[in-house]
Ligand binder design. Structure first.
Ligand SMILES: Cc1cc2nc3c(=O)[nH]c(=O)nc-3n(C[C@H](O)[C@H](O)[C@H](O)COP(=O)(O)OP(=O)(O)OC[C@H]3O[C@@H](n4cnc5c(N)ncnc54)[C@H](O)[C@@H]3O)c2cc1C
Ligand code: SF4
Length: 477
């Protein structure tokens, strides 16, 4: 039976869901891929060769049981496919949309390596979960038993929410504190709608709230409420605050008006997508409409900025990156999307300073790639005398993020951090140097991926449950 349904990769070509045409999609913030029709999802899932040793699964941080849910999809057993997918992943509808599958599951699919084009795992995952929500197969959180113990989670990003889900399902009383006015962390205010529509995230926060997770929003821990107060109120605490300190440039003119941080720019744009009034957007400070935009950086944040600027109606959008296309950290899929939408990439170009009190341009130095360094990456070297000015009305710095200094910010003694400023936490449990305090996601790993934050949140929840159970046992003795 399975043999008939599966292994169709030699007969059926790889086919992604339809991508909206660039000159239409670059005018709105809706997702760019359409949904599969059900027969298409079944057909694409049936291409899987059901490997005995599935590399897609072993290269997924969550070890999602991909071959099984592909087979169930191919057989039209979608509800079971959803149940298998949900068993290892708290937010499959989100991973299906924004995981860099080309570097994880799909990048390791064996049929890709045999020249047939990878199974479209991400798109099938998205299809299964969207169908599950539409059909009402996503169960409400209704714990069998309510427990008396409580956990405070600081940070409502994917790491904190994955832990909240698991703990709440076990009947633990969960309170999530966040300084923003909506849950979701970077899913809500970092990642733009054309990659992940906002209602997809809000659907999950609503599900958690309906299941009894309490959200305390607009609460900046360390300012509005102390860490010690949270620790004193709950039996265990999870820190899942992400990393938000922007890496900066130490260049002449860096403080000019019109030079902005990527996170501020993207947050303002995402708030507009919710219909919020955003002063810095209305004033033009964080709005690219009609402007010549230069984005500095070559990672996924830079890609999100350039594509946002195009959608806001910028006159031109250029991305400066000091290495070349083959050596950029951002996903090649996103670079291609950006190019299709009208972004110009200026490779081998590094900023050397800025012109104007209100920025009018970036002084650009041209680079070439030299010998590889200890990490094997070719080092950019300056080409003397090839400098020029790239005109700009707004410059967006997208150079990456670092952790804030939490122990100092929160006045916490004994919370150990690494030399990079991330919280020191045990590898599979998230246990920190403070008893009953755990950490998960970017604040432990440094800027990473949603799927790793989910994995960490789930692992930490399991460890916290163990800790709570142990505390109950000790108290009873
Ligand atoms: C622009 C951008 C695009 C990205 N695109 C992708 C992508 O396509 N695919 C992918 O896999 N990953 C992507 N990432 C990375 C991904 O978003 C992160 O790895 C992931 O969100 C980390 O989850 P987290 O829960 O650790 O932290 P976050 O999502 O950052 O959530 C942390 C939460 O903690 C809150 N918080 C922080 N400090 C406090 C405090 N003192 N008090 C109260 N609350 C606090 C914040 O408000 C936030 O809501 C992107 C990141 C950025 C910046
Ligand atoms: S590696 Fe590819 S073909 Fe093999 S089980 Fe995974 S999706 Fe199927």
């Amino acid at each position: 039976m399975t043999g008939q349904k599966m292994l169709k990769f030699t007969q059926v070509d790889r086919d992604m869901p339809e991508k909206r045409v660039p000159n239409l999609r670059n005018k709105d913030f809706d997702e760019i891929y359409a949904q599969y029709a059900s027969d298409k999802a079944e057909e694409q899932a049936s291409r899987c060769s059901q490997c005995g040793v599935p590399y897609c699964q072993s290269h997924c941080p969550l070890h999602n049981n991909i071959p099984d849910w592909l087979r169930l999809t191919a057989e039209g057993r979608l509800q079971e496919a959803y149940e298998v997918s949900q068993a290892t992943n708290t937010f499959p509808e989100i991973c299906g949309r924004i995981c860099p599958q080309d570097r994880l599951c799909e990048g390791n699919c064996v049929i890709e390596q045999s020249g047939h084009g990878t199974v479209t795992i991400g798109s099938v995952e998205k299809y299964i979960t969207d169908t599950a929500f539409a059909e009402g197969w996503v169960p409400a959180i209704r714990p069998h038993v309510e427990r008396g113990d409580s956990v405070g989670i600081i940070g409502a990003g994917p790491g904190g929410l994955a832990a909240a889900d698991m703990l709440r399902c076990q009947g633990v009383q969960v309170t999530v504190y966040d300084r923003y006015d909506r849950g979701g962390g970077l899913l809500t205010y970092g990642i733009p709608g054309f990659k992940l529509e906002k209602e997809i995230v809000m659907q999950r926060t609503a599900q958690l709230e309906d299941g009894g997770v309490e959200f305390v929003l607009n609460c900046n821990v360390g300012e509005d409420l102390s860490f010690d107060a949270i620790r004193g109120k709950h039996d265990a605490v999870l820190i899942a605050t992400g990393v938000y300190k922007t890496r900066d440039l130490d260049l002449a003119g860096n403080d000019a008006d019109g030079i902005v941080r990527a996170i501020d720019y993207l947050t303002a744009s995402n708030r507009k997508s919710f219909g919020d009034v955003v002063e810095e957007f209305e004033s033009g400070e964080l709005n690219a409409a009609g402007k010549r935009v230069v984005v500095i950086g070559g990672g996924d944040t830079a890609m999100d900025c350039v594509r946002t600027a195009i959608r806001q109606g910028a006159e031109s959008v250029k991305c400066l990156y000091r290495r070349d296309r083959a050596n950029m950290p951002g996903s090649q899929r996103e670079v291609q999307n950006a190019e299709e939408e009208g972004v110009e990439f200026v490779w081998l170009s590094a900023p050397a300073g800025f012109e104007g009190d209100a920025v009018t341009g970036v002084n650009v130095q041209k680079m070439r790639l030299g010998a590889p360094d200890a990490t094997g990456r070719q080092v950019p070297e300056l080409i003397e005398g090839a400098d020029y000015v790239e005109e700009a009305d707004i410059v967006i710095k997208a150079l990456g993020f670092e952790p804030e200094e939490l122990p100092a910010l929160w006045g916490v003694e004994g919370l150990e951090v690494t030399r990079w400023g991330t919280i020191k936490a045990a590898f599979t449990s998230g246990e920190t140097s403070l008893e009953g305090v755990y950490a998960a996601g970017d604040i432990v790993r440094g800027a990473s991926l949603v799927v790793w934050a989910i994995k960490d949140g789930r692992d930490a929840a399991e460890a916290i449950l163990g800790y709570l159970n142990q505390s109950v046992t000790v108290a009873a003795e």
